[in-house]
Design a protein around this ligand. Structure first.
Ligand code: AMP
Ligand code: GLY
Length: 423
């Protein structure tokens, strides 16, 4: 029987904790710090996600057998390196591996070295040269902070004025501090987006079922980018043949190049793809599962998640035959008023007791105040429904969402709509 600690406090980590809680081989499950939902499944360790030393000390004190790291920030700060130095096996890449997300320029160089298809790009470390460059570009263009910015350091700019303003925000006003010291300016791609997750043990890799994420705050993809407002799986536009092609032309060369750089990648590699008319193009890599994609991918997993994690730590993924349910899953994020700019928190949430039994509720920004559940962040809940087809799953989802209430609750009404329109 194993003692497991899940690091993180979002919906993704709640979904991971939920799936682990179904394993028969876990004696103790902790969440660090967790949230109002995951704390109902596991004991909480109150910890700051950037305080690497305290996380390691907490894991050591509890004598845990395995740490699962959900978010990118502690991975980029070297949490896995620190845990493994103390003999604690961990799920997630080390600091070097996490660069694939923590530096978009590192990721682009890696792609170029293996001719992995991605948008044309250039990098800049001073705003004047960047602004000179945009005057020569065809609009729209995409501007990205090199470093971590919680999904908010990217803007698709439609004209020079917008582009100048975003460069100013990143490089002069330092909206994301050092993350914007260097920026990328890249070609704007058109197509449908998909999120691909690859479970890696340093030698072998297995792709999970793919998913789609909705990045913008508003229906019809209007408004600013967020961490993600909804998701569904499977994407209706990705065939098995296309997935094998993606594995051959993107997944394998990426892992091969990481290996050549002395980075045997362990954990989950997230590949954000744009399916363009000319084929798949990589938009980004992340060093972790996606949120809210994890909330629709894990309910389709017909396998013990602990066994998968243990196979990662022993580099024996190739021995597993992982099965996935043929169900369709769909999730919608309920967000706080003011999200993504200035979320208002501390608002009571009602109606969760009125949901159908088979609806899954994954918490992100929530906390328990005695018996009352309060909002406690930008994204508050992901509500997930599953059925044998997307139409039924979607109808059931929105019928249940109507029963949940908090003051100023915002959510997208169009999640999964395009999938059923194409059925
Ligand atoms: P990233 O963090 O790099 O994935 O960017 C966040 C979001 O911005 C993506 O999910 C896309 O919706 C959009 N995006 C990023 N790069 C491009 C691009 N080259 N062309 C069009 N849209 C993009
Ligand atoms: N949903 C996008 C992400 O997790 O980065």
């Amino acid at each position: 029987m194993k003692k497991i600690m899940v690091v993180g406090g979002g919906g993704r980590e709640h979904a991971i904790t939920w799936k682990l809680s179904k394993s028969n081989n876990i004696s103790d499950l902790w969440v660090a710090p967790g949230n109002g939902g995951s704390q109902q499944l596991a004991e909480s360790i109150n910890i700051n996600l950037t305080d690497i030393e305290s996380i390691v000390a907490a894991a050591k004190f509890r004598d845990i057998d395995l740490a699962v790291i959900g978010p990118e920030e502690p991975l980029a700060l070297g949490l896995v390196d620190a845990l493994e130095q103390r003999g604690i096996p961990s799920i997630g890449p080390n600091k070097k591996g996490a660069q694939i997300e923590a530096s978009k320029i590192f990721a682009k160089k890696l792609m170029d070295s293996e001719s992995i298809p991605t948008a044309e790009w250039r990098s800049f470390d001073d705003p004047t040269t960047a602004i000179e460059h945009i005057k020569t570009c065809q609009m729209p263009i995409v501007i990205k902070a090199d470093g971590l910015a919680a999904g908010k350091g990217v803007a698709v700019c439609n004209d020079i004025a917008e582009a100048k303003q975003f460069i100013n925000q990143l490089m002069v006003l330092k909206a994301f501090s050092q993350a914007g010291d260097r920026i990328l300016i890249e070609e704007c791609l058109e197509g449908k987006e998909a999120s691909i997750f690859v479970i890696c043990d340093g030698e072998n890799s297995i792709m999970t079922v793919p998913a789609c994420d909705y990045k913008r705050i508003g229906d019809d993809d209007i408004g600013p980018n967020t961490g993600g407002m909804g998701s569904y799986s499977p994407p209706e536009f990705l065939s098995d043949i296309e997935l094998s092609e993606i594995e051959k032309t993107i997944v394998r060369p990426t892992l091969k190049q990481l290996n050549q750089l002395g980075i045997p990648y362990k954990g989950t590699l997230y590949i954000g793809l744009m399916m363009t008319e000319a084929g798949p193009r990589v938009l980004e890599f992340n060093c972790r599962m996606g949120d809210p994609e994890t909330q629709v991918v894990l309910p389709r997993l017909d396998h013990d998640l602990l066994e998968i994690y243990e196979s990662i730590t022993t580099a024996s993924l190739s021995n597993l035959d992982i099965q996935w349910s043929s169900n369709s899953t769909i999730g919608v994020v309920l967000a706080s008023p003011g999200y993504p700019e200035k979320p208002k928190t501390g608002i009571p949430i009602t109606g969760l007791d009125k949901l159908d039994k088979d609806i899954l509720v994954f918490h992100s920004g929530t906390r328990l105040d005695g018996e009352t559940l309060l909002t406690n962040g930008g994204r508050v809940l992901t509500i997930v429904s599953q059925a044998s087809n997307m139409l039924d799953a979607r109808n059931k989802l929105y019928k249940n969402v109507d029963r949940i209430y908090f003051d100023g609750m915002q959510y997208r009404k169009d999640i999964g709509l395009r999938a059923i329109n194409n059925m």
